[in-house]
Design a protein around this ligand. Structure first.
Ligand code: GAL
Length: 713
């Protein structure tokens, strides 16, 4: 026994020694990787298969390694990997996945676990991306497909260099149940792991590097940024046509229609085949819709019914367990992929279906496979849970990629590595306030999120939800069970229509901002904390008279802003919630202007606004340029030219690069795109004047006549 203990001690010390010598290699400028212990061969990055955008990363350039290396501690103990990164006083943390209730993560204890969000920010969520960003500007990513435990600044070690002075609770009212912690600690149930560190002087730098390492965001087709209605589960082809007619008659925009489980002959588990009663001639139906400018998106969950045409063939390549009695294909293996995605291709994609909604790849536990399930590839149930959404997105996206056709759909689970997939996350949770916080956090998790609209108790709620939905990655009504239409609440119908049309008018802006997500890694929807000049203002407000030495948490506990966000380069969106008549808006440094009127709203200050029902408060940065097009009912076709009306706000000169390409194919990857420079400058006579650079020869050009509006008089 004694020898045994000695041996353990020896091995332990060896591993510790090894850990201290962990080498960091700069894999891309400003991105370092360390290999701790023996990482598993299956991880988030290889499940996602994402390729870095090397050119864009090189353009960003490098930067110094953000820590002193000996402040970092890694070791493998008891078959698990322990990681520790330092935290400084006043530092705040963001990220650790798609949280719904909090933006500030310092002090949190989490277990990162793919699941349907259950109402608590405890790590169980649709995209528990093991990536965090510090207010100091750097980022950290752990490339593991395991459930990762995180103590984001909660543990206090006795050898901590910043060990706080113990206080007497009996007499000292400043005693705290949560004394100061100076480290982020993580435990990964595996004998090793790859860790990445991202340089940055501000948090957006680290976010950009993380996104670009994963290929950058997906560039959606233009139609993906239009409006989408998901119809009731058991709608027939005729019902869908009827609905499309109504949208047209009433003048509401519509780019794609989502068919819910009833398009399949059986669902939960599914057959992945059309229901021939509801849809007697799918190719003719799909074509008819396409001819009218309407694309179709099909709901699936990946669990295979005995009545699916490939059931017997796929059976040997599925899990030991089932979901709703359907087989769970092992998507890490080629054969089941061929069978599963092959069916989707020949039955749906080849006849013109434009995308999918991939449901229930996240949780809940009571219907997904348990952790004791096995998969034929040998990938564990836990790793499969963490990556099933990634795999489903990856291989369904390929169906479209090989046709040189862009898609844009919905999914309920993603994870680290999933940035470049054409999917937006949604769920059943339906809390408007928390939906906005999720939108904020999506920008830290390398994913897109939609605060979908389903049904509402009142017209007011309907309108408030609709207004935020228009300022999100996917403008969608999910009426799978309620059957609601945009015009269902007559008392707010006028306003709803105005916002649906506004979404369309803003398409040139949205499209360019998504292009920046793709080419530069900047999330189109993101936290105020990523906006320069934001923190300073908050500090001014909440940190006056605070001594960081006495209260090291001060900045970290400064008020978190979780109900307003940035939409693209220039817009600040501050949603209104049911029952609210006024709200506070924190305007970062510089001047901000009302989106609707162009009037000055404030400058680096907290304002209180009373917008009335008709408006969701939106503000534009000084010098902001918002390119807009006419309110079309469908996205423009690939070669269609549209006129632009470019709005300029404020006093400063404006400078914006407008992205243009065919809006539908991947030809942009071979150079078929352009950035047109828009400029607004003040003339000698004091008047503003706008110009746009001419189109490049041989490049797609969808810009018709250009006019400028100077919103600030
Ligand atoms: C839910 C999903 C809904 C809807 C429904 C259909 O799980 O989140 O959006 O698709 O399934 O059964």
């Amino acid at each position: 026994m004694r020898y045994f203990k000695a041996l353990i001690f020896f091995v332990g010390s060896f591993l510790q020694l090894q850990a201290q010598e962990t080498a960091w290699s700069e894999v891309q400028p400003g991105i370092w990787k360390a290999v701790v212990g023996k990482p598993e061969s299956y991880d988030l990055l290889n499940a996602a298969g994402a390729e870095p955008n090397i050119g864009a990363l090189a353009k960003l350039g490098g930067g110094p390694f953000p820590f002193s290396k000996n402040e970092i501690d890694f070791k493998v103990v008891d078959g698990e990997t322990y990681l520790r990164f330092p935290l400084e006083k006043g530092e705040q943390l963001y990220g650790f996945g798609l949280n719904f209730q909090t933006v500030h993560q310092r002090g949190k204890i989490l277990e990162l676990h793919v699941d349907h969000y259950g109402g608590k920010d405890n790590g169980r969520t649709h995209a528990p991306t093991p990536f965090y960003v510090s207010s100091k500007g750097y980022g950290v990513f752990v490339n593991s497909a395991r459930y990762i435990k995180v103590w984001a600044g909660s543990g206090v070690r006795k050898d901590s260099p910043d060990f706080p002075v113990p206080k007497d609770r009996n007499t000292d009212r400043t005693w705290s149940s949560r004394p100061y912690s100076d480290a982020v600690e993580m435990l990964i149930p595996a004998e090793g792991v790859e860790v990445y560190v991202f340089a940055g002087t501000k948090p957006l730098d680290a976010v950009k590097r993380y996104n670009l390492m994963n290929g950058g965001g997906y560039l959606p087709p233009r139609w993906g940024l239009g409006f989408t209605q998901r119809v009731m589960t058991r709608f027939t082809g005729a019902d869908v046509e009827n609905e499309v007619n109504l949208f047209e008659e009433k003048g509401y925009p519509l780019d794609f229609v989502g068919l819910e489980p009833g398009w399949q002959s059986k669902a939960y588990p599914g057959t992945f085949s059309w229901d021939k009663e509801r849809f007697p001639d799918p190719p003719a139906f799909v074509k008819k819709m396409l001819d009218r400018g309407i694309r179709l998106n099909l709901w699936i969950n990946p669990y295979v019914s005995p009545e699916a045409p490939f059931y017997e063939e796929i059976k040997p390549f599925t899990s030991s367990h089932t979901v709703w009695l359907g087989l769970i294909p092992d998507f890490t293996m080629a054969k089941p992929r061929e069978l599963f995605f092959g069916q989707m291709q020949k039955d749906q994609v080849d006849i013109g279906v434009s995308g999918y909604k991939i449901d229930e790849v996240d949780g809940y536990d009571h219907y997904l496979w348990p952790d004791v399930a096995t998969f034929p590839s040998g990938i564990s149930a836990e790793q499969m849970r963490q990556t099933y959404g990634l795999l489903a997105m990856r291989y369904s996206a390929e169906l479209f990629k090989k046709r040189n056709q862009r898609t844009f759909g919905l999914v309920r689970a993603s994870n680290g590595g999933g940035t470049s997939f054409p999917y937006v996350i949604y769920n059943d949770y339906y809390n408007h306030e928390d939906f906005i916080t999720a939108l904020i956090n999506s920008g830290f998790a390398g994913v897109l999120w939609t605060p979908e609209v389903r049904a509402s108790k009142t017209g007011e709620e309907w309108l408030r939800r609709f207004q935020s939905n228009v300022f999100s990655p996917m403008a969608m009504i999910n009426a799978w069970s309620s059957g609601t239409k945009p015009w269902t609440y007559p008392e707010v119908e006028k306003q709803v229509k105005e916002f649906a049309l506004l979404r369309m008018k803003m398409m040139p802006y949205w499209y360019t901002e998504f292009a920046k997500y793709h080419f530069e890694g900047i999330p189109p929807f993101r936290a105020m904390n990523l906006e320069e000049g934001f923190n300073q203002e908050l500090k001014k407000e909440s940190l006056t008279n605070v001594n960081l030495e006495e209260n090291p948490y001060a900045e970290a506990t400064s008020k978190e802003i979780k109900d307003q966000y940035m939409a693209g380069e220039y817009l600040l969106v501050a949603p209104m919630f049911t029952g609210q008549t006024s709200r506070k808006v924190v305007l970062p440094k510089g001047k901000w202007y009302d989106f609707y009127t162009g009037k000055l709203a404030g400058e680096g200050e907290v304002i209180t606004v009373t917008p009335g029902l008709d408006k969701i408060p939106v503000y534009v940065k000084d010098g902001g340029l918002i390119p807009m097009m006419p309110a079309m009912l469908h996205a423009p076709k690939a070669t269609e030219k549209v006129n632009l009306e470019i709005r300029h706000y404020g006093e400063k000169a404006g400078d914006y690069n407008l992205y243009d390409d065919d809006g539908e194919t991947f030809n942009f990857e071979k150079g078929a795109f352009s950035w047109r420079q828009i400029k607004v400058e003040r003339q000698r006579n004091g008047q503003m004047k706008g110009t746009i650079s001419s189109s490049e020869k041989g490049k797609p050009n969808t810009v018709g006549k250009v006019s400028f509006i100077f919103m600030t008089k």
